[in-house]
Design a protein around this ligand. Sequence first.
Ligand SMILES: Cc1cc2nc3c(=O)[nH]c(=O)nc-3n(C[C@H](O)[C@H](O)[C@H](O)COP(=O)(O)O)c2cc1C
Length: 142
Amino acid sequence: MYHTLSGNTEKMAKAFAEGAKSVSGTEVVLKKAFDATLEDLLECDAIAFGSADYFSYIAGALKDFFDRTFYPSQGRAAGKHYAAFATGGRGGETALAVLDRLCGSFKLKKAVDSVSVAGAPTSQILVKCKDAGGRLAKAASK
Ligand SMILES: Cc1cc2nc3c(=O)[nH]c(=O)nc-3n(C[C@H](O)[C@H](O)[C@H](O)COP(=O)(O)O)c2cc1C
């Protein structure tokens, strides 16, 4: 699940999805945050969140998802594996810290190291995203 304005986070999301799909038996649902639902969260075995840093925070679309699903999902998402990736003009560390905090509120379990980049993802970063997607899918299948 991700949000993007100029496409940087979307490139990372697609690489994550590609990596996850490469793990046999994995079904991947790639969604923009405004389209993601409570059911998506409850039905998945693992979830990757991708955001740009906007105003030293995550994208409003992701915040909206967390806000919408927090009470209705309470207790039911706990323990699911998650991964996070971010981009920012100066790097996505601030957005990653917010994502980790919010995932902590949902009691999600971090499965792989986060991936972040300043600006557009390089091919090296996309390889990292693909790898992290694969590792997330493997963690979810255990
Ligand atoms: C409204 C807005 C606010 C932004 N605020 C920040 C910021 O606070 N810190 C930062 O490092 N980059 C900031 N950026 C830059 C974006 O994080 C960066 O361009 C990112 O790669 C965009 O990703 P996207 O193409 O997925 O939207 C901002 C961009 C926009 C459009």
